[in-house]
Design a protein around this ligand. Structure first.
Ligand code: HEM
Length: 132
């Protein structure tokens, strides 16, 4: 049985909604999200939430629906380590509210591991055309 089988679609959606509702209101994260996606929960959010749902389904061992590229999506957002700290803090809160603790911990650890690479990509300056 995979982590995805234990969590299920319904609770995954509840988790993601709880998380992004918080993230959109957060003083540091909110402006970044609303600049790209518009005001929560309308504008670009429904599509973002569907994409993110596919992403988590895949990394939790479910049927692979996600075909995106998380690295490049974070490259030009102007975010740094403190954004990732805040993101993981809210992720922990939303998980504790939504999932039983062993599953909450497992999903938290998945994000904590991905953070290392995403943060590196997000904080490495993107060379402009003609520069090397
Ligand atoms: C470990 C932490 C994180 C994970 C696992 C994560 C995951 C993702 C994923 C899977 C996407 C979709 C990429 C795509 O296929 O288009 C995404 C997009 C996005 N993320 Fe993150 N993210 C993290 C941290 C952050 C942080 C700290 C911010 C800062 C506010 C952020 C802001 C965004 C925004 C604005 C988008 C939309 C980009 C677009 O549509 O162009 N993320 N994230």
């Amino acid at each position: 049985m995979t982590l995805y089988d234990r969590v299920g679609d319904e609770r995954l959606r509840v988790l993601l909604y709880a998380f992004y509702r918080r993230a959109a209101q957060h003083p540091e994260l909110g402006p970044v999200f609303t600049r790209v996606l518009g005001p929560f929960p309308r504008a670009g959010w429904p599509v973002h939430l569907l994409r993110i749902e596919g992403f988590w389904r895949t990394v939790m061992g479910g049927a692979g629906a996600y075909r995106g590229a998380p690295g490049p999506a974070h490259q030009s957002l102007g975010i740094d380590a403190s954004h990732f700290e805040a993101w993981l803090h809210l992720w922990r809160e939303a998980l504790n509210e939504t999932l039983p603790s062993p599953d909450a911990e497992a999903v938290y650890q998945l994000a904590a591991r991905m953070r290392v690479n995403l943060q590196r990509v997000a904080t490495t300056p993107v060379p402009r055309a003609g520069e090397n």
